[in-house]
Design a protein around this ligand. Structure first.
Ligand SMILES: *Cc1c(COP(=O)(O)O)cnc(C)c1O
Length: 377
């Protein structure tokens, strides 16, 4: 048995919708399917404005542009995240300030955020790791207290909730990813959600259209469009929105399939947890998760690497991420060093992600679990 780490799930309707999009002869951005995606997010998740874009990374880059991150500003975020969270800020010439995480959830620790606020702090970028919400009540309070914008990196959090609210709809701005490794996919894609500030909505549409007011022109509100702001080409193709429409229609079904897999792991690995051999994911009160990820935490980095390598020998592709950004060569170039974020450093070394995708079969999962018990005993 050979088990990859991820296999994108297809509902079977993707090609039909892409064919429909082809036949409209409007395959660039903002066609019928793009509108469908935007409206789905606005109506079902509850945000003022959602815009389908080329990737989660683009959504983050747009967010940094929208809230005017500039040289001299500081943005607080976890070091335990994907590079795009940090790149969005670095691309604006601003300073990334890394905060430590809570070892129960791997999410940014609000106390460390508050310790790191300075006069230069402009925003907080919390990342909802594995679709488990950060402590958004406390983060929003810190944001209000110091007058900071909050941009949620909800790339992994699509369709997950915090106290009844969808992730990505709580901060000033939310960013989603539809990359093939996420829950609902179209190859490469993303969305930006503008949740509060009406003045950001029009600007988001301009930035997404290469800094032009083309959107107003298309709506017939002006008779010529021109260059009015900075921006880039962030519109996703309607072909990919068509692909994603199929996935959105099956959102509940995909979520159910992932839930079964998550719960099967949890139930069958509890024995090892009770023996004190591993830690399992912790879901705080008020969090409805989207079963994006299943990970275990071993007792040491050595044990994690041993288990990962032995699983690989058995053709089970379990992986870890991230190399904490503050210890990457970019992070070191910013002056960070080992010892700056102790919890991040320790837990990044001990965490192992297990294969989780909608089509993972129960016998494959049983095989993975059996091997984990064999190797650890
Ligand atoms: C996947 C991911 C991104 C980037 O999304 P893309 O669509 O691949 O650009 C950003 N942040 C986090 C936390 C992610 O997991």
């Amino acid at each position: 048995m050979r088990i990859p780490f991820n296999v994108p799930y297809y509902t079977g309707k993707e090609l039909n919708y892409m064919k429909e999009a082809l036949e409209t002869r409007k395959i660039s951005g903002d066609g019928t399917f793009t509108r469908r995606i935007n409206e789905y997010i606005e109506e079902n998740f509850g945000t003022k404005k959602a815009l389908f874009v080329t990737s989660g990374s683009s959504a983050l880059d747009m967010a940094a542009l929208l809230i005017d991150i500039k040289p001299g500003d500081e943005v607080i975020m976890p070091s335990y995240t994907f590079v795009s969270t940090a790149n969005s800020v670095v691309l604006r010439g601003a300073k990334v300030v890394f905060a430590d995480i809570d070892s129960n959830t791997m999410n940014i620790n609000p106390e460390d955020i508050e310790r790191k606020v300075t006069k230069k702090t402009k925003a907080i970028f919390p990342v909802h790791y594995g679709g488990v919400s950060c402590d958004m009540d406390r983060i929003m309070k810190i944001g209000q207290k110091y007058g900071l914008r909050v941009v949620e990196d909800a790339a992994q959090g699509v369709n997950a909730k915090y106290n009844g609210k969808y992730l990505g709809t709580i901060g000033d701005i939310g960013c989603y990813s539809f990359h093939e490794t996420k829950n609902y996919v179209c190859g490469e894609g993303g969305a930006i959600l503008v949740n509060k500030d009406d003045s950001l909505i029009e600007r988001a549409e301009i930035i997404r259209e290469k800094g032009t007011n083309r959107r107003k022109f298309l709506l017939g509100q002006i008779d010529k469009y021109s260059w009015v702001d900075i921006g880039s080409s962030y519109l996703g193709s309607d072909m990919l929105a068509a692909f994603l429409s199929a996935q959105f229609e099956s959102m509940d079904e995909i979520n159910r399939m992932r839930k079964n897999i998550y719960e099967f792991y949890y139930k069958n690995l509890e024995g090892l947890k009770e023996m004190g051999r591993i830690k399992l994911p912790f879901i705080p009160d008020g969090c409805d998760i989207n079963y994006h990820m299943f990970y275990i935490v071993l007792k040491s980095e050595g044990e994690r690497n041993y288990l990962m390598n032995r699983l690989k020998e058995n053709e089970i592709n379990a992986v870890f991420h991230y190399v904490p950004l503050h210890l990457s060569s970019m992070g070191e170039g910013m002056g960070y060093k080992k010892g700056d974020l102790p919890i991040t450093e320790e837990y990044a070394g001990r965490l192992l992600r297990l294969p989780l995708y909608a089509n993972l079969k129960e016998e494959e999962q049983a095989y993975i679990i059996e091997k984990i018990y064999d190797i650890l005993n």
